[in-house]
Design a protein around this ligand. Structure first.
Ligand code: OAD
Length: 232
């Protein structure tokens, strides 16, 4: 059985990283048009860097939780097929929890991108608009994050995984942002069973075949242990 897992901010919530759309979420405190669009960056790059510098500092101070560790255990212990992990999160808690080959469709806080030449490198802890690109020298440094209005990364690879998926699992995402919000339906059309693990029902239009609700640190390890026990 090929398992494809999609995670969102909810999987990192109990590590202390805020979600976006819940009460007190990031998008209730910041205007996403100003900090998460190419137009906002063109208007005020310092503001955008400050926003992501704060996210990077939060991430550095956070630790992976039981849900991140459980998904890594699933990847290591599942012998009946593949376990692919796609995340909308820009933190590195899946990797620090032991997961491998994580597909970061919305980019990564730990990486920098030159808007002039496309060169990528490890981001310093704090980035500033005047930072020169190490390859071309242009002062066009930006976080390597996919903003609203930009194309998510690795879409070809994701489409291939969804087409061969037998079980699609959505964890801790509200189902508001496309194309990720459409992955469950794509997987279902390809013949997969779909499962949602979330604090509460997400807002996607298409119901999942199965859903379990509760905090990720409880429901994800429970599901993983069941699956691993079932293959014995
Ligand atoms: P949202 O903030 O939209 O949704 C978070 C989801 O996590 C909600 O459905 C919550 O119910 C759930 N949740 C919260 N705490 C949880 C917990 N402890 N255990 C399990 N679930 C929990 O975040 P995303 O869906 O990830 O993109 O947002 C998608 C994208 O929108 C992000 O990648 C980001 C944002 O704008 C960009 O910035 C491009």
């Amino acid at each position: 059985m090929n398992i494809v897992i999609l995670t969102g901010a909810g999987v990192s919530a109990e590590s202390g990283l805020g979600t976006f759309r819940e009460k007190d979420g990031l998008w209730t405190k910041y205007d996403l048009n100003e900090v998460a669009t190419p137009q906002g960056f063109a208007r005020n790059p310092a503001l955008v860097h400050d926003f992501y510098n704060a996210r990077r500092a939060n991430c550095r101070g956070a630790a992976p939780n039981a849900a991140h560790h459980a998904l890594a255990r699933l990847q290591a212990g599942y012998t009946k097929g593949s376990v692919s992990l796609i995340t909308q999160n820009v933190d590195d808690l899946h990797e620090r929890g032991g997961a491998t080959g994580v597909i970061h469709m919305h980019g990564e806080l730990s990486r920098a991108l030159c808007a002039a030449c496309g060169h990528r490198w490890d981001a310093p802890q704090a980035m500033a608009p005047e930072d020169p690109c190490p390859a071309c020298g242009a002062q066009a440094t930006r976080p390597d994050i996919v903003w609203f209005g930009e194309f998510p990364y690795h879409m070809e690879r994701i489409e291939t995984l969804l087409a061969a998926c037998d079980l699609f699992v959505s964890i801790g995402t509200s189902g508001n942002v496309y194309p990720a919000a459409g992955f469950a339906e794509e997987a279902r059309i390809a013949g997969a069973r779909t499962l949602e693990l979330n604090l509460e029902p997400s807002e996607g239009m298409i119901p999942f075949d199965e859903a379990r609700y509760g905090p990720a640190t409880r429901i994800v390890p429970d599901w993983v242990e069941e699956l691993l026990a079932g293959q014995a």
